[in-house]
Design a protein around this ligand. Structure first.
Ligand SMILES: *Cc1c(COP(=O)(O)O)cnc(C)c1O
Length: 341
């Protein structure tokens, strides 16, 4: 194969050799298969197409300095997919099947795992879809679980630079008692328009507020929000926020580093009081937030000087990345080595 330009990779789809599939039919999961077909033959009345009966996951495999390949908290992704599937009345793979298929997909595409030096990684995308035909709105009787991988570049090509964010008071991504707490395509569909408007205005991301009162902070498009103030790591607790595994890990690391952790309702009015703010998720670990614009007040809150990453955010980012690449001791047992054989 032509050598990929690892460090020039972005966050996009790059074709790899294989993907791994398993179908649920007649009340049980079938054989796990490995295929090089990028397409899925699907019934035109499949529930995933009409009624959004689909859920997905995102995680990464990292090649460490020691040459070992590590997965980060794959058990948490397996659990979260089950929780998403439960809410949409979908059949979900067991944690064992999930992990087995993720590992198989990585092994089958080992030549696409970027070298340590590149700062790139292998993104793993498990996808669960209702494939059974229905016309009425109800759960399918057949499902497909598949896992594909694609190499992705270091998120911050030009270094770790803070991003500008805008509060969207005109659109919501998730209703208070809706699907915000599960990782389903519908939430993303609801955020595309709002995200595009923000990009057109020059903002990298949208900050959503609670849909009912617009009083509390929910999260960014595909990343949780946190603020740091007076030695505290503060992050919203809301039913319409997706439980980010990165945020879960950062809360632990923040506590390890001596910060007090507060997971509670966070008022929009607290924004000016934060010393540092960030958006966190698998893609970037932490995107430091340089500024937040509130269109209702026509006011911009700037963090630090808006150009440099705050010291706590940097420390948290370095520690988490260090664990993922095997440079920092994994005292919490978060990583799982993938034996390439
Ligand atoms: C996936 C996702 C995140 C980030 O979760 P991680 O497990 O940290 O990758 C945050 N918010 C939303 C809405 C998401 O879908």
């Amino acid at each position: 194969m032509k050598e990929l330009n690892w460090s020039g990779l972005g966050f996009g789809y790059v074709k790899t050799d294989y993907n791994v599939r398993c179908a649920w039919k007649d009340g049980k999961w079938g054989e796990v298969t490995v295929t090089n077909d990028e397409y899925i033959p699907i019934h035109m009345a499949a529930t995933c197409l009409h009624y959004g009966q689909e859920a997905f996951e995102g995680l990464k495999a990292f090649r460490g300095k020691d040459g070992k390949v590590r997965l980060f908290r794959v058990d948490e992704n397996a659990k979260r997919l089950r929780s998403s599937a439960d809410y949409l009345l979908m059949e979900a793979p067991s944690e064992e099947l999930f992990t087995e298929m993720v590992i198989k997909a990585i092994q089958a595409n080992a030549r696409f795992i970027p070298p340590y030096e590149s700062g790139a990684s292998l993104y793993v995308r498990p996808l669960l879809i209702g494939t059974g035909a229905q016309v009425g709105v109800k759960a399918a009787d057949e499902y497909l679980f598949l896992v594909f991988v694609t190499p992705v570049g270091p998120y911050f090509k030009e270094g770790f630079k803070p991003i500008p964010v805008i509060i969207d008071r005109d659109h919501d991504r998730a209703a208070p008692l809706g699907t915000g707490h599960v990782k389903v395509g519908g939430n993303y569909a609801a955020s595309i328009y709002s995200g595009e408007l923000a990009h057109e205005k020059g903002y990298s991301s949208v900050l959503y507020l609670d849909a009912k009162q617009k009083k509390y902070i929910d999260e960014c498009n595909a990343a949780n929000f946190f603020g740091i103030r007076d030695g505290k790591y503060i992050t919203p607790n809301s039913h319409s926020v997706l439980p980010s595994i990165t945020n879960l890990s950062l809360r632990q690391l923040a506590s390890d580093l001596g910060l007090k952790v507060e997971n509670r309702e966070v008022e929009v009015d607290e924004l000016p009081t934060f010393e540092e703010c960030g958006a966190c998720g698998t893609a970037a670990v932490i995107s430091a937030i340089g500024s937040i614009y509130d269109p209702m007040l026509d006011k911009t809150y700037v963090y630090g000087n808006g150009k440099e990453v705050g010291s706590w955010s940097k420390k948290l980012y370095d520690t988490l990345r260090g664990i993922q690449y095997g440079e920092v001791e994994d005292v919490h047992g978060w990583t799982k080595e993938v034996i390439l054989g």
